[in-house]
Design a protein around this ligand. Structure first.
Ligand SMILES: CCC(=O)SCCNC(=O)CCNC(=O)[C@H](O)C(C)(C)COP(=O)(O)OP(=O)(O)OC[C@H]1O[C@@H](n2cnc3c(N)ncnc32)[C@H](O)[C@@H]1OP(=O)(O)O
Length: 309
């Protein structure tokens, strides 16, 4: 496994009878570290914890997939087994070349109550912390980088690890009854699934720090007001309304939707120069292509929509 290592060396030199001690810090960014566990090893470890599953269904007609966290006895808390399931589902979505979007939700109108506290107790070792953070951060990084438009539909509670999963998506839609909170501090923990990084990206440094330090649980309307949520929908028809909200965002050909998502996520996550370089390569399949020619032939006049959407 690749690992960034910091090496500190001390040099002592004598100059005009004075001893000068200098320290240099070298970043050895590409060393291999065989002490790091493989993902296969972590999979076996996590599989030993708990019940529950994650269900993936893909609709080839609409290009929309749904991912459902399912552990009803524990308010859809994420067990070790579910961590494994989640990664398998993301891998499946990575292979889906004609999809446009994925909606994440929890079984029975509750998003997720975080990591399974029985897992937190049982795996409360240094090894457990390292295995879980490596696995979940990588899994959620891959979710974030999918070329699909990802939407978390928050119904009921999304707290702790549930909040970390939610902020891994491009968009957050809250049902009226949603309650969202980074409650880690209250649990004597800090987010390690990438939640802090993604939260700061979504709402900015000061609001994120406030949220982390207070462990406050926000209601749906507050999620909207602080810019965490992108839309609020009525709880009774939350899925249908989320689909309606999503519809204009995935109206174009799947290749266009995916290319735009890829460009935006590269910009958000890569350096400015890397992003510009990558963006330059994106046009080749489209320029002079069928979709482009069809659009040119329509002599489209681009005007504001009537409903302001
Ligand atoms: C990555 C770091 C993390 O995620 S740390 C974990 C952060 N999460 C928590 O601390 C969740 C604590 N749970 C709660 O606050 C409440 O259960 C919430 C989610 C608000 C739901 O309340 P309410 O609707 O009244 O249900 P309840 O408390 O009666 O719970 C029903 C049964 O589910 C269980 N449950 C709930 N959450 C978890 C969890 N995260 N892990 C394991 N079990 C959980 C409850 O213990 C309860 O079980 P039982 O029916 O009493 O056997």
């Amino acid at each position: 496994m690749l690992n960034a290592k910091m090496i500190r060396s001390k040099f002592t030199v004598t100059f005009k009878n004075c001893k000068i001690v200098t320290q240099t810090f070298l970043i050895n960014s590409m060393s291999t570290d065989s002490s790091q566990p493989s993902f296969e090893e972590i999979r076996k470890y996590l599989w030993g914890f708990g019940k529950g599953n994650v269900n993936l269904s893909k609709n080839e007609d609409t290009g929309i997939a749904t991912l459902v966290l399912n552990n009803p006895e524990k308010r859809n808390a994420i067990s070790g087994q579910m961590m494994v399931h989640l990664r398998d589902c993301i891998e499946e979505l990575e292979k889906w070349k004609s999809g446009k979007a994925v909606i994440l939700q929890g079984h029975n109108n509750i998003f997720c109550s975080g990591a399974d506290l029985d897992f937190v107790r049982a795996a409360g070792t240094k090894q457990g912390a390292s295995y879980m953070s490596t696995w979940m951060q990588d899994t959620l990084n891959r979710l974030q980088r999918l070329p699909l438009i990802s939407v978390s539909l928050l119904e009921g509670f999304a707290i702790g690890g549930g909040a970390e999963v939610a902020v891994s998506c491009d968009y957050i839609v809250v049902a009226n009854n949603a309650k969202f909170g980074f409650v880690h501090a209250k649990m004597g923990l800090v987010p390690v699934w990438g939640g802090t990084t993604r939260l700061v990206n979504k709402i900015g440094q000061r609001k994120a720090l406030d949220m982390l330090l207070t462990s406050k649980v926000f209601r749906a309307v507050d999620c909207l007001n602080i810019g965490l949520a992108d839309a609020m929908v009525p709880t009774a028809e939350s899925f249908v309304k989320t689909m309606e909200w999503l519809s204009p965002r995935i109206q174009h050909h799947y290749t266009i939707v995916r290319a735009n998502k890829t460009s935006v996520i590269n910009t958000a996550l890569n350096s400015y120069q890397d992003s510009l370089a990558k963006e330059k390569t994106m046009l080749v399949p489209f320029w002079g292509g069928q979709l482009n020619i069809e659009a040119l032939n329509k002599k489209i006049k681009h005007e504001p929509s009537q409903n302001g959407d």
